[in-house]
Design a protein around this ligand. Structure first.
Ligand code: ATP
Ligand code: MG
Length: 415
C-alpha cells in the first residue's frame, strides 16, 4: 500500500517538475530564437543603409557608384538586389539569391527549398531632391541561426533529462523521508485497533455467556424480558463478529502468516460445502463444487478457509431463493484459480472498484442484510495478498457475480 503511495507521489512530483522544466525551456528557446533573429534583421538594415549611400540618380536611372566595392561588405550568407520603382531587378550581388518577386513588405522570412531566408527591403531616396528612386533588398540565409537553435534544443533536451534524473533520485529520498511519519502513525493506528479489538473480546464473551445462561433458564421470566435478552444476544454476536474481523484485519500483514503448511484446497472446499449445505437447502439454492484436479497450496489453512467461507457466505446472502452457486477450481501454470459464481443480486459496475474497501456495502444489498458490516471482502483481499495472490470480481446487476481468487501454489516463490 505504502509502496503505491510512494510511486504516485514520486510520479506526480516528476510530472510537475518536468512540466515546469518544459515551460521554462520553451520560454528560453522562444526568447533566444526571437533575439537572434532580431539581431540578424538589425544587421541587414545597417548593411542596407550603408549600401544605399552608394546609389544615385543619373539620367533618369538608378546608378551605383563604380568605386564602391559592395562584395567587401557581404559575407557568403548574404546577398543584395536593387530594384527600380516598377519592381524590375537592376543589379544583384552575393551568393544567396532569392527568386522571390519584388514586394514592398520591408521585413519577410521566406522558405526556399530546404533553407530559410530573411529579407529586408529598404527604399532608396535620392539625397539631392529627396525623391524615391528605387529599392534595395538585403537577404541572408538563416542556416546558421537554425544550427545555433538546433544546438540549443539539444542542450535544453539533455539538460531536462539530466535534471529529471537528479530530481528523481532526490524525489526518492524525499518521499522516503515523507513516508516515515505516515507509516509510523498508520502502524500505531493498526496497533490501537488490534489492542482495542483484543480488549473488547473478554467483556463481550462475559456478556454473551451471561445472556445465554439467562436465556437457558428463562422459566418464570417475563416474555418482554426474554425478547430483550434475545436482542442483547444478537447484538453481542454481531459485535463479537465485528471485533474478530477488525482484529484479523489489524493483524494481517503482507507476508505474515501464522502458519505455513501444505493445504489441500479440495478438502477445504468439501468441508465448506458440507458446512453450508443446510443454509443452501433452506434457501433452495443449488451449490455445486467442481474441482477436477488436486489443488495443493502452501499457506495458512485457517486463513484460506476463512477466505472462501466469506465468499460463499456472500454468494448465499446476496442470492435469492432458487438460485445457483457454482464453485470451480483449476490449476493455471504456477497458480491455482478458484471461482465462486452466483446468480444473485449482482453489483453495479460503478461500485466494483470499491467493494474490497473496509465497511463498504452496496445499497442493493440492504434488503439482503444479514447483520454484516462490510468487512468480509476486505478480509478476502487481505488473506489473498498475505498469500501473494489476487482477488477480482466481475458482476452484472440482477444477473449475478463471479469472484476469482488466484493463489500461487508455492508461497516462497512469491515472497
Ligand atoms: N456475491 C455478491 N453478490 C452481490 N453483492 C455482493 C456479493 N458479495 C459482496 N457483495 C456486495 O459487496 C458488499 C461488501 O461485501 P462484504 O462481504 O465485504 O460485506 P458484507 O457481506 O456486507 O458484510 P460482512 O461480510 O462483513 O458480514 C456487500 O454489502 C454487497 O453489497
Ligand atoms: Mg460478506
Amino acid at each position: 500500500m505504502f509502496q503505491n503511495i510512494r510511486y504516485r507521489l514520486l510520479l506526480s512530483y516528476l510530472l510537475i517538475f518536468a512540466s515546469i522544466l518544459s515551460v521554462f525551456s520553451l520560454g528560453v528557446r522562444l526568447f533566444f530564437a526571437h533575439s537572434l533573429k532580431q539581431q540578424i534583421i538589425d544587421k541587414l538594415i545597417v548593411l542596407g543603409q550603408s549600401v544605399i549611400a552608394s546609389a544615385e540618380w543619373e539620367n533618369n536611372q538608378l546608378k551605383i557608384d563604380s568605386d564602391f566595392r559592395v562584395e567587401a561588405l557581404l559575407n557568403h550568407h548574404q546577398s543584395l538586389q536593387w530594384f527600380n520603382l516598377q519592381g524590375k531587378i537592376l543589379y544583384q550581388q552575393g551568393k544567396i539569391m532569392t527568386n522571390l518577386p519584388f514586394s514592398q513588405d520591408n521585413i519577410r522570412q521566406i522558405q526556399e527549398g530546404k533553407s530559410k531566408i530573411q529579407t529586408v527591403t529598404l527604399p532608396i531616396i535620392d539625397s539631392d531632391n529627396g525623391k524615391l528612386i528605387g529599392y534595395l533588398r538585403v537577404s541572408q540565409s538563416l542556416a546558421e541561426l537554425d544550427e545555433i537553435l538546433e544546438k540549443l534544443d539539444w542542450g535544453l533536451g539533455i539538460g531536462i533529462v539530466v535534471a529529471l534524473v537528479f530530481s528523481g533520485v532526490g524525489g526518492i529520498l524525499l518521499t522516503n523521508q515523507a513516508m516515515i511519519p505516515i507509516e509510523d502513525s498508520f502502524q500505531r493506528l493498526k496497533q490501537f485497533t488490534a489492542d482495542a479489538s483484543h480488549e473488547f473480546r473478554s467483556p463481550l464473551m462475559a456478556i454473551q455467556s451471561n445472556v445465554s445462561v439467562s436465556l437457558k433458564y428463562s422459566e418464570g421470566m417475563r416474555e418482554t424480558d426474554q425478547e430483550s435478552f434475545k436482542a442483547i444476544a444478537s447484538a453481542t454476536y454481531q459485535l463479537t463478529h465485528l471485533t474478530e474481523d477488525l482484529l484479523l484485519l489489524a493483524r494481517s500483514e503482507k507476508n505474515n502468516l501464522s502458519s505455513q503448511e501444505e493445504v489441500n484446497l479440495n478438502t477445504v472446499m468439501e468441508e465448506l460445502g458440507i458446512l453450508y449445505q443446510c443454509q443452501c437447502a433452506s434457501k433452495n439454492i443449488k451449490l455445486t463444487i467442481v474441482l477436477n484436479e488436486l489443488l495443493l497450496i502452501i499457506g495458512d489453512r485457517v486463513q484460506l478457509s476463512r477466505l472462501f467461507s466469506n465468499l460463499i457466505e456472500n454468494a448465499l446472502h446476496y442470492t435469492s431463493e432458487g438460485g445457483l452457486i457454482k464453485i470451480k477450481g483449476k490449476r493455471k501454470g504456477s497458480l491455482i484459480e478458484i471461482q465462486i459464481q452466483d446468480t444473485g443480486v449482482g453489483i453495479e459496475s460503478q461500485y466494483l472498484g470499491q467493494i474490497f474497501e473496509r465497511f463498504w456495502r452496496a445499497d442493493t444489498s440492504r434488503s439482503y442484510w444479514h447483520g454484516g458490516c462490510g468487512l468480509g471482502l476486505s478480509i478476502v483481499k487481505a488473506i489473498t495478498e498475505n498469500h501473494g495472490g489476487t482477488s477480482t470480481v466481475i458482476s452484472q446487476l440482477g444477473i449475478g457475480s463471479c469472484f476469482t481468487v488466484c493463489l500461487p501454489m508455492n508461497l516462497s516463490s512469491n515472497h
